[in-house]
Ligand binder design. Structure first.
Ligand code: F0G
Length: 460
C-alpha cells in the first residue's frame, strides 16, 4: 500500500495539494491498494490537483526559463526533462527519487504531404516515438518509476504489448530496481522484446493475450511486494499529461482544433484529456481542442462502447490486429477516456488493417515514420474528414506514439507486398500497392543501377 498523504506540488515557495480520488464513488483513500483500484467500488483512482499557486503567465515563463537554461547541473537536472519541467502540474515527488532520462522534449512536425492528401493543410505530428526508449510510455514511466523508488520497492512489474515493458525495464534499470515483464507470447514485435531483454528485465512470455497478462499481474501484485507500473497507476497518467502541455507550449499556447490519438488500454487518451481539461480550467489555454480516439477494427471495444452502447458499458472482446501495440480487448481506462471524449467534444473512430498500413506508409513518405499503432491517427483523420467532423481549414495534431523502428517486420512485409498474404485483408490490400517500395535486388553493376534510377525518374 502506498500512502495517500496529500502529496504536495511545490510552486514558488507555496505548496499545492494533490489528492487521490476514486473516479467511481469519489472516495479519497488513505492508502492505495496494490492494483490501484478503489477498495470500496473497484474503480480507478486519479489525482486531483486543488489549484496552482501561480497564474498562467507566470507558469508559462517559469517553464520556458527551465527549457532554455544553459548547461546541465545537478540543480537543474529535472529541468532538462520535458516531464519534470512541468512539475507544477504534477503531484510532488521529491527530487532525490526522480529517475529521468530527459524524456519528453519531442518534436512537432508539419506533415506536408499527408496534409495535402487529406485536405487538412495545417496537419502536424507530435512524435512521442522520439523519447528515450522510442515510445510515449517514457513520459509516464519516469514519473511512476520514481514513485516506486520513493515507495522503496525492489521490484516493479507490468503487463504489456511491448512499449510499456521496454520503458519500464529501462527506467527500473536506471533507478536500481528489478523489473518483471509479462507479455503475450508471439504477439509483440522483436524490437520491443529486445529492449526489455537488453535493459535487464525478467521477461515472461505468457501463452495468452495482453488482457490475460494483465489478469495475472493483478493477482501477482496482491501476493508479492511488486509495484504495478501499468497505466492504471495514476502516476503514469500524470506523467503522460505533459505531452499535451508541451504540445501547447510548442503551439504558443494556442490550442489546435483537433488532437487525434490511438486507443489501446486508453491511458494515453485519458492523460491527454486530463491535461487539456486542467489547462483550460486554469486559463493556461483559452479553448479546448477536440480529442478524438481511433481504434483498430479488430480491437475496437471502446468504439463499440460509444457507438453501440452510448458509453453505458464496455463489452470486452478478443482483440486481433497487426498493430500489436493496441491489440487490447478490455481497456482498463475506458471510463476516464470517455470523460475526456465528452468533455472535449471529440469523436471515436475505427480503421481497418489495410487503412492502418496505408497511413503508416504515408507518414513514412513524409519523412517521419511511426509504428503501426500510431498510424491509426492518420487513418482515423481521413474518416473524420470524410464525415465532415474535421473541416479543411482546421488545425489537427496527430499523436504519434511509437518510433518506426519499433516494428520493422511490419514495414518490410508491407513494402514487399506480403503483409496481408493469406489473410482476409488480401483483396483490400491491392489498393495499397502504389505505396509499396520493395527493395530492388541488382548485380553490382553501374548500368543496372542507372537503369533503375532512370525508370524511377520517368515514373515520378
Ligand atoms: N500506441 C502505442 C505505440 C502503444 O504502445 C500503445 C499502448 C498505444 C498506442 C495505446 O495507448 O494503451 O494508452 O491507449 N501500448 C501499451 C503497452 C498497452 O503495453 O506498451 P493506450
Amino acid at each position: 500500500m502506498l500512502s495517500n498523504k496529500r502529496s504536495a506540488t511545490e510552486s514558488a515557495g507555496k505548496r499545492e495539494v494533490a489528492l487521490l480520488r476514486c473516479i467511481g464513488c469519489g472516495a479519497t483513500p488513505h492508502a492505495t491498494a496494490p492494483d490501484f483500484r478503489c477498495v470500496s467500488c473497484g474503480e480507478l483512482l486519479e489525482f486531483v490537483l486543488s489549484g496552482w499557486a501561480l497564474g498562467p503567465a507566470k507558469l508559462k515563463s517559469l517553464w520556458l526559463n527551465r527549457r532554455t537554461a544553459a548547461g546541465i547541473t545537478p540543480s537543474n537536472r529535472l529541468d532538462q526533462s520535458g516531464v519534470w519541467r512541468f512539475r507544477e502540474m504534477l503531484p510532488h515527488i521529491p527530487e532525490e527519487y526522480a529517475i529521468t532520462m530527459g524524456e519528453g522534449n519531442t518534436p512537432l512536425f508539419r506533415l506536408q504531404r499527408c496534409g495535402s492528401a487529406t485536405g487538412v493543410e495545417s496537419l502536424y505530428a507530435k512524435h512521442q516515438g522520439m523519447n528515450p526508449t522510442a515510445s510515449f510510455k517514457d513520459t509516464g514511466m519516469t514519473f511512476a518509476a520514481s514513485s516506486a523508488r520513493q515507495g522503496g520497492f525492489h521490484w516493479v512489474a507490468c503487463a504489456s504489448t511491448g512499449n510499456t515493458s521496454a520503458s519500464m525495464a529501462a527506467y527500473a534499470a536506471r533507478g536500481g530496481m528489478r523489473s518483471l515483464v509479462l507479455i503475450p507470447e508471439g504477439k509483440i514485435s522483436w524490437g520491443k522484446l529486445s529492449q526489455s531483454l537488453d535493459y535487464g528485465a525478467l521477461t515472461c512470455q505468457l501463452r495468452t493475450d495482453f488482457d490475460g497478462c494483465m489478469r495475472i499481474l493483478n493477482e501477482l501484485v496482491r501476493e508479492k511486494p511488486v509495484y504495478l507500473l501499468n497505466s492504471v497507476n495514476p502516476y503514469r497518467i500524470e506523467g503522460q499529461k505533459t505531452a499535451a502541455i508541451e504540445l501547447m507550449e510548442q503551439l504558443g499556447w494556442e490550442a489546435p482544433d483537433h488532437i487525434i490519438v490511438p486507443g489501446g488500454n486508453l491511458g494515453n487518451s485519458s492523460a491527454i484529456g486530463k491535461a487539456l481539461i486542467e489547462m483550460h480550467e486554469r486559463n493556461v489555454i483559452s479553448r479546448l481542442p477536440k480529442l478524438s480516439i481511433i481504434q483498430a477494427e479488430g480491437a475496437n471495444p471502446f468504439y463499440r462502447c460509444v457507438k453501440e452502447f452510448g458509453g453505458a458499458k464496455l463489452e470486452p472482446m478478443t482483440a486481433e490486429t497487426l498493430a500489436t501495440a493496441i491489440r487490447i480487448g478490455n481497456p482498463a481506462s475506458w471510463k476516464k477516456a470517455l470523460r475526456a471524449l465528452r468533455a472535449t467534444g471529440g469523436e471515436v473512430e475505427q480503421v481497418s488493417e489495410v487503412e492502418i498500413a496505408e497511413a503508416k506508409a504515408e507518414i513514412g513518405a513524409d519523412g517521419i515514420g511511426c509504428e503501426p499503432a500510431s498510424a491509426v491517427t492518420l487513418a482515423g483523420l481521413k474518416k473524420l474528414r470524410a464525415a465532415g467532423f474535421v473541416r479543411p481549414g482546421e488545425m489537427v495534431v496527430l499523436i504519434l506514439t511509437g518510433h518506426l523502428l519499433k516494428d520493422p517486420d511490419f514495414t518490410i512485409k508491407f513494402h514487399r507486398g506480403d503483409l496481408f498474404t493469406g489473410t482476409p485483408h488480401e483483396r483490400q490490400a491491392v489498393h495499397a500497392k502504389p505505396l509499396q517500395r520493395a527493395p530492388v535486388v541488382l548485380d553490382a553493376d553501374l548500368g543496372a543501377v542507372v537503369g533503375v534510377l532512370d525508370a524511377a525518374e520517368r515514373n515520378s
